[in-house]
Design a protein around this ligand. Structure first.
Ligand SMILES: Cc1cc2nc3c(=O)[nH]c(=O)nc-3n(C[C@H](O)[C@H](O)[C@H](O)COP(=O)(O)O)c2cc1C
Length: 179
């Protein structure tokens, strides 16, 4: 059941040294390519990374929250040409989420690493750094990198009765949905 899978999904930042198969990689990329996008423009570009040295370089993309990428089996950088869509951020966010949900379904762990609007310790813009490492065309913006691999840490599932139901309103703001 999809809801159970959503409860189980947690950000995983430690990965086993175990190969992610070609079929799994294909499914992850297909899930990304199946994402809905505004006006069906599909402005995204996905860069699959499986080379250890490149993962290590990308782990230094920002001041904090990216170092664990060095231990990932694979990663997918999600980028887009803003000229192809004014809502490329939304389109790329949906695609990154599709990758994360597909990963969960495949028994893989994943974590979003934010690149847009982030900097490295030395002040270099994270997008410029990633653009350089991956040899991306100048026109591409980089939203995020999704780190992937078999989980090497366990985290509790979310409980449905602990969700922030106070964030949900009924017909007008502040009104609760009747039981
Ligand atoms: C837009 C966005 C940016 C995020 N950026 C990072 C990041 O740069 N590094 C990181 O380790 N986790 C990042 N995360 C993961 C969040 O920290 C994580 O989803 C949140 O703490 C909730 O935990 P959960 O995913 O286990 O439910 C990001 C998540 C989102 C949605």
């Amino acid at each position: 059941m999809y809801l159970k899978m959503l409860q189980k999904r947690r950000s995983i930042r430690k990965y086993q040294n175990k190969e992610v198969s070609g079929e799994q990689i294909q499914a992850l990329l297909q899930a990304a390519l199946l994402s809905p996008s505004s006006r069906g423009q599909r402005p995204w570009q996905f860069i699959l990374i499986d080379q250890e040295e490149i993962l290590e370089e990308l782990a230094e993309a920002k001041a904090g929250g990216s170092s664990f990428l060095a231990g990932a089996e694979i990663a997918v950088a999600v980028a887009a040409d803003p000229g192809a869509s004014d809502v490329w951020v939304e389109d790329c966010s949906i695609a990154a989420t599709h990758i994360q949900m597909m990963a969960e379904d495949l028994g893989l762990g994943s974590c979003w690493i934010q690149i847009r609007r982030r900097q490295r310790q030395d002040g270099i813009d994270s997008e410029n750094y990633v653009r350089d490492v991956l040899d991306l065309p100048d026109k591409l913006r980089v939203l995020a990198i999704v780190a992937l691999g078999y989980p090497d840490e366990e985290k509790p599932s979310y409980e449905l009765d602990e969700l922030n139901y106070d964030r949900v309103h009924y017909n007008s703001y502040g009104q609760e949905i009747p039981n």
